[in-house]
Design a protein around this ligand. Sequence first.
Ligand code: NAP
Length: 319
Amino acid sequence: MAQSSQFAQQSFAPRRSEPLFGRLAIIGIGLIGSSIAHATKDLNLAGRVVLYDRDAVVRTRARELDLGHEIAETAADAVREADHIVLCVPVGACGAVAAEIAAALKPGAILSDVGSVKGAVIDAVAPHLPDGVHFVPAHPVAGTENSGPNAGFPSLFLNRWCILTPPDGTDEAATARTRQLWEGMGAIVEVMTASHHDLVLAVTSHLPHLIAYNIVGTAEDLATVTQSEVIKFSAGGFRDFTRIAASDPTMWRDVFLHNKDAVLEMLGRFSEDLAVLTRAIRFGDGETLHKHFTRTRAIRRGIVALGQEKPETEKLRKD
Ligand code: NAP
């Protein structure tokens, strides 16, 4: 059975009677691109969903998976006559893709992206924008540790935030249409500046990934001594880190290279706070430790109360 029709049986967001866009183009067929393709086709958010990836093997796989209505052979072919274009490539590739498609974009089209960093993407894409094309950057705060065209599923964005960061002067109707697209896929949309986004995400997403990459690397270095114990006792916290540290290396390399200032700022504060905990342990200051752990427990409960605690893979199985 084709994967999209298999997913279509799950009701995760209402199907539109009339499409929102005539033609939607998706550049980059990874986890996010394929999830958008599933959702927009299944929910009739676009009359025609056209995809392109630079990798011919990925394009072939996308055809086998029946992603969208058409897999184009070039990025320019995909975006020609498109009303809405979503760049779903790593942050560091957005500028080059914008340059590649610029001449084929039609006036009035909305160009968007899904990059996990916004300031650097805006700086890289904006110089290539032809007159009359609206640029509405977006970041769906949803993902899994999996990548590639097989990884996508249509309910990925359901009840997850999608942050729009339209630069000053962006056409309001274009922002509203982009909001409608993400809300149509079940996301909850918030609008903020790119610099605020990059600072907030440095704490909530980028730093936790760096910590996970670091701790799993440290444990692997120790594995020469402890070998099987690292796996055997992994439920004691380590296992959760290994899931995050399995995230796509290209994507995360680009995130850290392109949100450098905010990540370094947060890393500095993290190190200071860690020094306080280190000191409390060294001097047997149980009160400081207990107070800190009580405060963090309340944060966890707040996240659960907001319904943001369910892993994406759980949504895939249960929704
Ligand atoms: P992915 O699964 O690795 O897929 C990215 C795809 O884009 C790959 O097939 C890649 O091909 C292709 N690509 C790279 N450069 C290209 C180019 N110049 N032209 C056409 N295709 C190109 O990545 P993803 O997880 O979907 O992430 C895509 C974007 O979403 C990133 O900007 C990321 O920051 C953002 N994002 C990711 C998550 C997440 O959890 N994964 C969540 C929110 C937002 P190659 O393999 O040949 O490079």
